[in-house]
Write a protein that binds this ligand. Structure first.
Ligand code: AHR
Length: 506
């Protein structure tokens, strides 16, 4: 008879990885498909505000507590003229958008996006074009957004109705410059040079900004991780973060292998961290480069559909993946992976936010609705703030097509010292069996269980639509706490959020 499955864990207040930087719950809006037009912006929609922004979408973004949103691309930024998107709307040019082969109307640009982000209570992470442009356009843009007044570009912003500077703090030096698909694709040495010189000029305009250099577009890139090493070797002193991008899919319909893919994400983070530290040592530098995982998600459902779309239309339905339950489980495991690397991953963006490979969907002139992946993202963002703890976990394991020794249980824990709250995030990847978990939480004396949230469904392929919510969390998870021992039942293929809090005595 096979051994009974059982997982054990020790969680201790003093096993601290790092404070979680809330920016790891960031997201991304690109001028792509219906993310902007028909997503965040739809004048004429019954829920649109005076600027044409959909209030129903803003409410969902606020519910997710998204702290930072990357903009305006993505691949799109590599052929984007930012000047097209500022000033009177009637004189903004329509352009061929080369990355996604659509028509860009430029109705929304930098100023409107900053307004939208304020309404959504998020910061902006702005990307500059290092594909077709370079130092000059970037230094003009930052003078336009961040310089108070008294110069050509800052006064132009004021003329455009924005008296105060936007003070955008976080800037991406281009996007996926290692990718041959990128307009203005560059070798690492070419990119390292332009990133260094552009960063230098931008910091001369505003020394308070932080800069993100492009790393690899995914772990399968032939230049990974040499691209990071060469770029950082050249631009180490100017940049503050290196970016990582990664999307996964289940094209071969192998759920066990699919659910293990956050192990690749873990390997990606470890390799890039090691590369940063190698260059740090090589330069005898005191400065540490941290990681910005500024594109991550599942992306594969919509690829065939998108190949059939006609080019040169405005806001076509591109990259509209409809996510199922197993996608939500992998997204949960990816969030757990980010939390477990909270010491080095300081920013991350779920790509993207609305309609385009997104947790939030909208109908043109209709309602908005939540995809399955909305929920793990919501739970991590809302409850995953504080100190990321190192769970000492012993879990049964399995092998899959691409991975060996995959723990059936993934876990991260976040301790909020101020609120005296502990949240444990767990995924059970077992396709058939529930796994009982026994956690030693003796260092959390006087704590009690507030809630055990579970996202589960008997059908891994169950998805939500605008009319039907098949996948949504409940809080009837089975767990108990006695004498510092937390016992929880982790149902087969489930996402679990166990929330403990110190009992209040009053
Ligand atoms: O998020 C969709 C696209 O994926 C982005 O534009 C690009 O950076 C990445 O390849």
């Amino acid at each position: 008879m096979a051994d009974k499955l059982q997982a054990k864990m020790v969680l201790d207040k003093s096993y601290q990885i790092s404070e979680v930087d809330k920016r790891i719950y960031g997201s991304f809006i690109e001028h792509l498909g219906r993310a902007v037009y028909g997503g965040i912006y739809e004048p004429g929609h019954p829920d649109a505000d005076e600027q044409g922004f959909r209030k129903d979408v803003i409410d969902l973004v606020k519910e997710l507590q998204v702290p930072i949103v990357r903009y305006p691309g993505g691949n799109m930024v590599s052929a984007y003229n930012w000047e097209d998107g500022v000033g009177p709307k009637e004189s903004r040019p329509k352009r061929l958008e080369l990355a996604w082969r659509t028509i860009e109307t430029n109705e929304i640009g930098t100023n409107e996006f900053v307004d939208w982000a304020k309404k959504a209570q998020a910061e902006v992470m702005m990307a500059v074009n290092l594909g077709t442009r370079g130092i000059d356009a970037a230094r003009n843009l930052i003078e336009y957004t961040n310089h108070p007044s008294g110069t050509y570009w800052s006064d132009l912003r004021r003329e455009h109705g924005y008296e105060q500077p936007h003070n955008i703090k976080t800037w991406c030096l281009g996007n996926e410059m290692d990718g041959p698909w990128q307009v203005g694709h560059k070798t690492a040495a070419e990119y390292g040079r332009i990133a260094k010189e552009t960063g230098k000029a931008m910091k001369l305009v505003d020394p308070s900004i932080e800069l993100v250099a492009c790393g690899s577009s995914n772990t399968d890139m032939p230049t990974f991780p040499e691209y990071e090493a060469t770029t950082l070797d050249i631009a180490y002193d100017e940049v503050d973060y290196i970016s990582l991008h990664q999307y996964y899919g289940n094209t071969s319909n192998d759920p066990a292998n699919y659910l293990a893919k956050n192990m690749d994400m873990d390997h990606f983070i470890k390799t890039v961290t090691a590369t940063c530290d190698y260059i740090k040592a090589k330069h005898r530098s005191k400065k540490t480069i941290n990681l910005s995982f500024d594109e991550w998600n599942v992306w594969y459902h919509s690829r065939e559909h998108d190949e059939r779309l006609d080019p040169w239309t405005v806001a076509p339905p591109q990259l509209e993946d409809v996510y199922n339950f197993e996608d939500a489980l992998l997204v949960g495991s990816m969030l757990i992976t980010l939390l477990r690397h909270a010491d080095r991953v300081k920013m991350a963006c779920m790509a993207q936010l609305v309609n385009v490979i997104a947790p939030i969907m909208t109908e043109n002139n209709g309602q908005s609705w939540k995809q399955t992946i909305y929920y793990p993202y919501l739970h991590a963002s809302v409850y995953g703030r504080g100190i990321s703890l190192q769970p000492i976990l012993s879990s049964p394991k399995y092998d899959s097509k691409d991975f060996t020794d995959v723990p059936f249980i993934d876990s991260a824990a976040v301790y909020d010292e101020q609120d005296e709250a502990l949240t444990i995030f767990l995924v059970n990847k077992h396709l058939e069996e529930a796994i009982p978990l026994d956690v030693d939480v003796r260092s959390f004396e006087g704590y009690e269980i507030e809630e055990h949230i579970v996202l589960e469904h008997h059908d891994l392929k169950a998805a939500n639509t605008k009319d039907t919510t098949r996948v949504a969390p409940h809080n009837k998870g089975e767990s108990s706490l006695e004498d510092g021992r937390l016992k929880a039942q982790l149902n087969r293929t489930s996402w679990n959020v166990i929330r403990l809090r110190k009992a209040r005595t009053n």
